[in-house]
Write a protein that binds this ligand. Structure first.
Ligand code: HEC
Length: 100
């Protein structure tokens, strides 16, 4: 019984490996995942903090750049904004803009 189960799982694994390209996350998702805890998975809102999904990339990017420039100590978003390069902020903004 136990043996059968192992073989079945192995077969499923093999089919998956043959049938798919190696899984790489969509561009920007790894960086953006840092924001999911507060802004919801894929930025789709958590009921508490602002929804980011579907806002324009420029809007998100400019807000983040502003927070970074203002560098207000103790503000939650400042901690995040200053932690990324501008290129990374753009990748994050692009990712959220692509979500619906
Ligand atoms: C610990 C919770 C937390 C995390 C993690 C977090 N945020 Fe925020 N975010 C907030 C809060 C709270 C606000 C609103 C208050 C403020 O502006 O400081 C906010 C506001 C924003 C705004 C402005 C929204 C608007 O329309 O005014 C943007 C854009 C934003 N966050 C993007 C991000 C991005 C991108 C990340 C990941 C790099 C991130 N946030 C991670 C809590 C968080």
């Amino acid at each position: 019984m136990k043996k059968t189960l192992v073989i079945t799982l192995a077969a499923v694994g093999a089919t998956g490996a043959l049938g798919q390209q190696p899984q790489t996350p969509p561009a920007g998702r790894l960086l953006a995942s840092n924001c999911f805890q507060c802004h919801g998975t894929d930025g789709k809102g958590s009921g508490t903090f602002e929804r980011l999904a579907g806002k324009s990339s420029n809007e998100i990017y400019n807000e983040l750049r502003e927070m970074k420039a203002e560098n207000k100590r103790g503000e939650i978003m400042t901690i995040h904004a200053v932690g990324y390069t501008d290129v990374q902020l753009r990748a994050i903004a692009d990712y959220f803009a692509r979500q619906r």
